[in-house]
Design a protein. Structure first.
Length: 96
């Protein structure tokens, strides 16, 4: 089930304009670079990006700045496929 979720999440994130998501290796999260969306969204980094995503799209994730990678954000896939799909739909609408 986790393999199915991660494959779906990885593909869907890479399909979003401005996202570059490397394939995860044995974790329960993905760590895409979303910095190409910063200018479009008028944000200065991952903390502001994640804060706006939470406030506007009601999707919670961890800013990459917490890990020394301010170009990235951390998505967990330790939830149901239906919740992942809904969250990904919201993220895609947020960055358009």
């Amino acid at each position: 089930e986790f393999q199915r979720r991660v494959r779906n999440l990885h593909q869907r994130l890479n399909d979003i304009d401005g996202f570059v998501c490397p394939e995860p290796e044995g974790a329960i999260f993905v760590f895409p670079d979303v910095s190409a969306t910063y200018r479009r969204l008028d944000v200065s980094g991952s903390v502001e990006w994640a804060t706006r995503l939470l406030g506007e799209a009601h999707v919670a994730l961890v800013p990459g700045a917490a890990f020394g990678a301010d170009k990235c954000v951390r998505f967990s896939f330790a939830t149901s496929m239906s919740q992942l799909e809904e969250g990904l739909d919201r993220v895609a609408r947020f960055v358009k």
